[in-house]
Design a protein around this ligand. Structure first.
Ligand code: FEO
Length: 395
């Protein structure tokens, strides 16, 4: 499929409606995704990024129906991750000597993935490429979110090709931000930021400020996933600045895993306590064993504070809670307070283990945590209620 964005620029990617898991099994994509490749036809013909390998053949066949491949002067690989570079082996078989513009790190990664000596031309921030009446300006965006990530700005049409930044795993045939359901779009953009970009938030702020300081007019932001921002593209830049700055909403999230519902009952009683102390706070509960981990991360990202509960098992914690704590540690949330709780039968280590893992993740832990033996009785539930009240009071 080819879709015109301006007189010179077309979208030539793949909308993947079936995708439900991304990054292996690490990211849920309830609304599919797209791999956005862009074709620029000025005096020179330029291809920016490709698509994921399973669609590589289809992509090249489609491209052939659109243009004579021999007309392509430059390929730009803004990012070497397979979802954007996967079609390169198919494409470069047809046009092996066409230069691939990328960062130095990009060339290394592409060689590491595909073991091909393509004609790499490395760019740095500020390097330009004249393509006729427009010019392409390259901007390295190291660690947003890979070492090779980069953006390309096109003068004339004033388009920022931002690769993963400002993207969403969101399939839509409507293509543009102003045409799609705004709640869905916001949800997917936020989930994408929370799960992918959180660890790099200081770099996000710095990079946005760097790009803004260039005072380039931006009419369109064209990311490599999801819809294209043509209506007030500055809105997603502002959202990123907000999300990168210790973002929180007025929400407390309680996450837990439970064997025989003792820890679940604790979670519910703690929620009651929070509600009685702070009726205006949004409180959300998730049983981790039954919840989508990326949706939970999104809720934690939005939270002022959160509580983590697990029963004790084999002197440890339940596996869903352990997995979530691993994700929390990796993402490096800032500006959040947390506490631990859990029911137990005899040894009762879970609360202390959760606290240690939260501290190791540099989360501010409100101690002491709470443990209750077996199934909480009325007294146990009252302790949970008071624990919740106290937790809300300490925020
Ligand atoms: Fe969409 Fe980092 O790849």
């Amino acid at each position: 499929m080819r879709f015109s964005i301006t007189n010179k620029v077309s979208w030539i990617g793949k909308i993947d409606w079936e995708l439900r898991r991304f990054h292996g099994d690490e990211y849920s994509t309830h609304r599919g995704s797209s791999y956005n490749s862009y074709l620029i036809e000025d005096e020179k013909t330029v291809l920016i990024d490709t698509v994921w390998a399973p669609f590589g053949r289809e992509y090249v066949d489609n491209l052939k129906k659109t243009i004579d491949l021999n007309k392509i002067d430059y390929v730009i690989a803004q990012h070497a991750e397979s979802d954007h570079s996967g079609a390169l082996p198919f494409l470069m078989k047809e046009i092996p000597s066409v230069p691939i513009y990328c960062t130095a790190a990009g060339a290394k990664i592409l060689k590491g993935h595909y073991h091909e000596n393509w004609n790499f031309i490395e760019y740095k921030t500020g390097d330009t490429l004249d393509i006729g009446s427009s010019q392409l300006v390259f901007v390295e965006a190291k660690m947003l979110h890979w070492p090779d990530s980069s953006f390309t700005y096109m003068t004339g049409d004033n388009i920022l090709f931002s690769n993963d930044a400002f993207g969403q795993h969101y399939a839509s045939e409507l293509m543009y931000n102003d045409l799609v359901d705004q709640a869905e779009l916001y949800q997917e953009a936020l989930k994408y930021y929370a799960n992918i970009l959180t660890p790099f938030s200081p770099l996000v702020t710095k990079k946005i400020q760097e790009v803004l300081s260039l005072n380039l007019p931006v009419n369109i932001i064209a990311p490599s996933h999801g819809i294209i921002w043509r209506d007030q593209p500055g809105q997603i830049i502002n959202k990123y600045l907000e999300w990168a700055d210790g973002y929180q909403e007025n929400q407390i999230t309680i996450i837990y895993d439970t064997m025989w519902n003792g820890t679940k009952r604790m979670a519910e009683a703690i929620a009651e306590g929070i509600k009685s102390a702070a009726p205006d706070i949004e409180i959300k509960l998730f049983n981790l064993a039954h919840s989508d981990k990326n949706d939970v991360i999104t809720e934690l990202f939005k939270s002022r504070a959160f509580l983590v509960g697990s029963s004790t098992i084999n002197r440890g914690i339940l596996s869903a809670a352990a997995g979530m704590l691993e994700m929390i540690a990796g993402l490096g949330f800032k500006n959040k307070k947390a506490a631990a709780f859990g029911s137990y039968g005899w040894s009762g280590e879970s609360t202390a283990i959760i606290q240690e893992r939260l501290k190791a993740a540099k989360i501010e832990v409100l101690e002491p945590g709470l443990k209750v033996i077996w199934n909480p009785d009325e007294d146990g539930k009252q302790k949970c209620f008071e624990f919740g009240r106290e937790f809300a009071g300490r925020l």
